[in-house]
Write a protein that binds this ligand. Structure first.
Ligand code: NAD
Length: 484
């Protein structure tokens, strides 16, 4: 099997914050990989725009250095000079007048025009206003923004209203890079491209679902931001919520942006409020050699969570009574992101008691990182003579090996940027989805504040506080091990 690369039309892409960390680490190396693969046409233009004082030549050097630093393997593809020749730069101040009129000659009429806001969220509204004020927006224009999309429902509404004053919803691309992952899309292919799974995809046949996003790193240099946010706002409201939507949604009538997003929205709206005893919050403790969360964020009285586990329920016919357990945290045992769909046991075992035969219920594991892939555990007979002993084996549904290195899954960012250029919003969040997610999140956070809820301490390198284990033990269930 060989992956097919379908080139996009020539485009103009302006990266506001084009000298920043996100642009250098993810966006520009991603664009270069698309160029190497032949997907990005020669006629494309990438225009860096930031406060940094430099010119196009200086910018090419910045980008060349970034590609060598963050993607040394792709740097070897042999097309770096050709890629760098597509780059231009303009020093622009989002807060003032400088640079805006100079930006205009970089943009061509009749080309797709994309503006990537790779800057802090306080600049999103201002950039939208400036673009409109300086007449840089046409029908082919689109903007790309990324989390944090608001801090709560009120600020998310405000942001949507501000952007909506200058851009139609069809021009706003809200990135959640989890949706750009090959495996997340494969999940939809597996669910809706086969007849095998959908009949079983409900409360009758699925015992429960676990969504885990575990990190080994702490808050790093983001302490100030993170402490005002916490795991609920930083991870659950967006990334884990999106994964939950794709697992739980009804089949859309078409794989088309609004059909898919309508179904995701219904899931979020059907999420039940979560009672306090179904939530465990944690903060990582200090070790002999590493600081605690509170030391990391330099706030000795911080009540912000660096870990959260929740037991959620979706109130609809498909899922009534099926728990969705979600957990995410920092400084945990291993870096891993996965969704585990645990089916119910076969209704009657003809081979004897499960604990004697070794039979286990089926489990579908959708692994986002590391080693993206989907496996289904199935029970078979253990090979060899000596009676009917059963064994669970993984059925690999990824075919990564068959696809080979040439078809290496593109990074989420590069795929999503190409979707922006193509004008396909299927894998982007709509404004009402973001608001619905905040509407569910806000009362939970307000409850903690009202009760002065104190996060439980957990050991670095653990699976979170013990109470998180109890959340499942109480239901006679167990979390999957967190392992890379
Ligand atoms: P950064 O501080 O490294 O870069 C900010 C960029 O914005 C710089 O290029 C700077 O010149 C430009 N800028 C700042 N003020 C400006 C102004 N007034 N006018 C014009 N340009 C201005 O930040 P970053 O890490 O690249 O993050 C950008 C955004 O992306 C943030 O909202 C962040 O939360 C989000 N984000 C970052 C990452 C990441 O990996 N770094 C991941 C996900 C989301």
């Amino acid at each position: 099997m060989v992956s097919r690369v379908i080139p996009v039309d020539p485009f103009d892409l302006v990266i506001f914050g084009g000298t920043g960390d996100l642009a250098r680490r993810k966006i520009l190396p991603g664009l270069y990989r698309r160029f190497c693969s032949g997907q990005m046409p020669e006629g494309a233009r990438i225009i860096g725009a930031a406060r940094t004082e430099t010119d196009s030549e200086g910018y090419r050097k910045i980008v060349s250095d970034a590609i060598h630093e963050f993607d040394p393997k792709s740097a070897q593809c042999g097309k770096l000079d050709a890629f760098l020749s597509l780059l231009e730069y303009e020093t622009v101040d989002a807060m003032g007048e400088a640079g805006w009129n100079e930006l205009r000659p970089h943009l061509r009429d009749g080309h797709v025009r994309a503006f990537y806001f790779s800057v802090g969220p306080s600049l999103f509204g201002i950039l939208a206003e400036r673009l409109s004020h300086f007449g840089l927006v046409d029908d082919e224009s689109r903007i790309v923004i990324e989390k944090p999309l608001g801090h709560d429902l009120a600020t998310a509404k405000e942001l949507n209203a501000t952007l909506g004053a200058y851009f139609d919803e069809s021009q706003i691309y809200r990135i959640d890079h989890y949706l750009g992952k090959e495996t997340v899309q494969n999940l939809m292919a597996v669910r809706f491209g086969n007849i095998l799974f959908e009949p079983l995809w409900n409360a009758q046949h699925i015992d429960h679902i676990q969504i885990t996003v575990a990190e080994t790193v702490g808050v790093g240099g983001r302490g100030g931001y993170y402490d005002k946010s916490g795991a609920m706002r930083d991870m659950v409201q967006n990334h884990l919520m999106q994964l939950l939507c794709l697992i739980a949604m009804e089949p859309p009538s078409q794989f088309e942006p609004n059909s898919v997003r309508d179904e995701k929205l219904k899931v979020i709206r059907a999420l039940q409020p979560v009672p306090p005893h179904h939530i465990v919050r944690g903060q990582y403790d200090a070790t002999d050699s590493e600081p605690s969360y509170r030391e990391d964020v330099e706030n000795a009285r911080s009540f912000t969570e660096s870990f959260i586990a929740l037991r959620c329920e979706i109130a609809n016919w498909r899922w009534a009574g099926t728990p969705f357990y979600m957990r995410t945290g920092k400084k945990l045992k291993a870096r891993t992101s996965e969704i585990a769909v645990r089916f119910k046991p076969a209704p009657h075992s003809i081979f004897g008691e499960d604990k004697e035969t070794g039979s286990q219920p089926n489990e579908l594991i959708i692994r986002l990182q590391p080693n993206e892939g989907i496996t289904l555990s199935v029970t078979i007979k253990e090979p060899g003579p000596g009676g009917m002993r059963l064994v669970n084996v993984p059925l690999d549904m990824t075919f990564a090996e068959a696809l080979g290195e040439e078809a290496e899954a593109p990074d989420a960012y590069e795929r999503l940027i190409m979707d922006v250029i193509r004008g396909n919003q299927t894998l982007f969040m709509r404004g009402d989805e973001v608001e619905a997610a905040w509407a569910w999140t806000d009362p939970i956070i307000e409850g903690w504040q009202a009760r002065h809820d104190v996060p439980k301490l957990y050991d670095v390198g653990s699976a979170g506080p013990d109470d998180a284990l109890m959340l499942l033990h109480r239901d006679n269930r167990k979390w999957r091990d967190i392992k890379a």
